[in-house]
Design a protein around this ligand. Structure first.
Ligand code: IMP
Ligand code: MG
Length: 181
């Protein structure tokens, strides 16, 4: 094989559609109970959380506002509110609001640590994070999500919104990707 031939292969299915649906329904119920009497601003962190977001919000029987944000983290190191680059901001001010961020996966924790600090600085009344997946063994910060769908081992996963090079987001399951070059 020549050097520029990269082969990607879906090695295994880590979480199938049935398990995803079951866990998403459980998370929705839990969020519904925790936010009873409130009208949270539920924020999809683009693009990875799109599929999870669409499934999850339909399992939360509460009034809510939708919003979206696209961010990228500046990587590791000491994280402050200055360490997150906002590629697309919220459409409305969130001061005084209960904000629930919906993320695809927490890896180092840099992105969510910086983003929650930023939204706190903007005066949100409360900020919680619901992440579909969590890779606790990869954490380099002290960030923990309030709600987690599944904790997974340190493998690169794709599908159900998660990508490799912008591909595989539309797979209905979570798979482990093997990349060889
Ligand atoms: P971190 O927690 O700031 O390190 O970054 C989390 C982000 O890294 C996620 O929102 C994903 O975009 C990306 N990411 C981390 N692990 C994976 C993976 O296994 N598959 C796809 N994207 C991942
Ligand atoms: Mg992401």
């Amino acid at each position: 094989m020549t050097k520029d031939e990269i082969v990607e292969r879906i090695k295994s299915v880590l979480i199938d559609e049935e398990r995803i649906a079951k866990r998403v329904a459980e998370l929705g119920k839990q969020i519904e109970q925790d936010y009873a009497g409130k009208c949270p601003v539920v924020v999809a962190i683009l693009k990875g959380s799109i599929i999870f977001y669409g499934d999850l919000v339909r399992k939360i029987n509460l009034p809510m506002r939708f919003d979206t944000m696209a961010v990228s983290s500046y990587g590791s190191g000491t994280v402050s509110s200055g360490n997150v680059k906002i590629k697309k901001d919220l459409s409305k001010d969130i001061s005084g609001d209960d904000v629930l961020l919906i993320e695809d996966i927490i890896d180092s924790g840099n992105t969510m640590k910086a983003l929650t600090a930023l939204l706190e600085h903007r005066g949100a009344k409360s900020i919680k994070v619901c992440s579909f997946l969590d890779k606790p063994s990869r954490r380099t910060t002290d960030f923990e999500a309030d709600y987690v769908g599944y904790s997974i081992p340190d493998e690169f996963v794709i599908g159900y919104g998660l990508d490799y090079d912008e591909k595989y987001r539309n797979l209905p399951y979570v798979g482990v990707l093997e990349i060889t070059d």
